[in-house]
Design a binder for this molecule. Structure first.
Ligand SMILES: *Cc1c(COP(=O)(O)O)cnc(C)c1O
Length: 373
């Protein structure tokens, strides 16, 4: 590597792994090694045969264990990621009208999908100031509440609690929470995510933990005569998931890396242990920022601060871009804040795969660079 800047970190401040991105996030090297070791036995084989189907089966049972899911919940998966799941939800889950809690880029995108769906009524939008989260407002007019466990763009997380007791569904985007934050399955109907963030796998897939009410809703909407593109028809996803398959061809490496990570989380104390590891990482960064003369947590309410994507504002005198550039020259990467927020900030992934030691080194490295800029 050519160091073009004069600031070079002393070796004791260089993390073992310089990947601190908020997604795609750090994929463990031993997971990659393990994939490479499968040689000709896995990659390049049919996803309809046992080799791949047993991986899907292990992912399903691993998630049931990890979340301690009630017996009548099911794990459903499909190709495309959380973004495609929003499209599928507009076709296969929302009967008439949904309510969306809007507090950042990802929650806005789901609301935009539904707003444009001309077979649905205009959604109810409950927004809050950026850097905070709103709460659901019980409503007789909605049949779906759309929540986001952790808004990756702003580093705000919210509690997952049912809004009402009627037959509405609670859908939770858990892309940057699943595998890293605890949740009570009785408080949601669908907890869905892409696996390249908290789960430390690769992209291109969505997974959904579904309650019996969610399964009933899929059945009733998809049989009611609404035209649904087959790839967005969750009845097809459900049918294939029950056979340990996906409707169309999945990324086999993504499945493998996801299974590896789920097995590891379960072996290392499950969700509670993973969540407390992330909390420890995150609190270290927040405390460092609070003590620092040039940084402070972007989210002012400590209860709303994310434990997986930590956003830190920098004093205007210290350019976040310069800090990011110098750190990248030293192999520490992907620290940019969400670009559309347009603020002078750093965003740090404190995922289960990121070690406490590397978090400590990272903050020391930032101090070292800022002192010398
Ligand atoms: C990244 C992200 C998404 C989008 O995931 P894709 O896999 O790119 O579709 C959706 N929601 C949240 C909260 C995210 O962090």
């Amino acid at each position: 590597m050519v160091i073009s800047n004069s600031i070079m970190l002393p070796p004791e401040l260089v993390p073992d792994d310089g990947r601190f991105g908020s997604g795609p996030s750090k994929v463990s090297l031993d997971a990659l090694d393990s994939l490479a070791k499968t040689g000709s036995a896995y990659m390049g084989t049919s996803h309809r045969r046992d080799g791949v189907r047993s991986v899907v089966s292990a992912i399903k049972s691993g998630l049931i264990d990890l979340y301690n899911l009630p017996k009548d919940y099911e794990v459903v998966l499909g190709v495309g990621g959380a973004t495609i799941f929003w499209d599928a939800a507009a076709y296969s889950l929302i009967r008439h009208r949904s309510q969306h809690l809007l507090f950042g880029e990802f929650s806005s995108k789901f609301a935009a999908v539904v707003t444009g769906a001309n077979w649905l009524a205009k959604p109810e939008i409950v927004a809050s100031e950026i850097g905070t989260h709103p709460l659901p407002i019980p409503s007789m007019d909605v049949d779906v509440y759309a929540l986001t466990h952790n808004e990756t763009s702003t580093g705000v997380s919210m509690p997952i609690q049912r809004a009402g007791t009627d037959d509405s569904l609670v859908l939770v985007d858990a892309t940057s929470a699943a595998g890293a934050m605890t949740v009570n399955p009785h408080e949601f109907d669908i907890y869905y995510f892409s696996p390249q963030k908290a789960m430390g796998s690769d992209g291109g897939l969505w997974l959904a933990l579904c309650s019996p009410s969610a399964i009933d809703r899929i059945d009733s909407i998809t049989q009611a005569g609404r035209w649904i593109p087959p790839s967005l028809n969750l009845a097809n996803a459900l049918d294939n998931s029950r056979k340990n398959q996906t409707y169309n061809t999945p990324g086999l490496a993504t499945l493998f890396l996801l299974r590896f990570q789920i097995d590891r989380l379960n072996a290392n104390g499950g969700l509670t242990a993973a969540a407390s590891h992330c909390e420890q990482n995150a609190l270290f960064v927040y405390e460092w920022a609070q003590l620092s003369s040039y940084a402070e947590p972007f989210v002012s309410n400590p209860h709303q601060r994310s434990h997986t994507t930590v956003v830190v504002d920098l004093d205007p005198a210290v350019s976040a871009n310069d800090v990011i550039t110098v750190l990248a020259e030293n192999g520490i990467i992907d620290l940019s804040g969400y670009r559309k927020l347009g603020r002078n900030q750093l965003r740090i992934g404190t995922w289960p795969s990121v070690t406490y030691k590397d978090i400590q080194r990272l903050t020391a490295a930032i101090d070292y660079v800022v002192e010398r800029l």
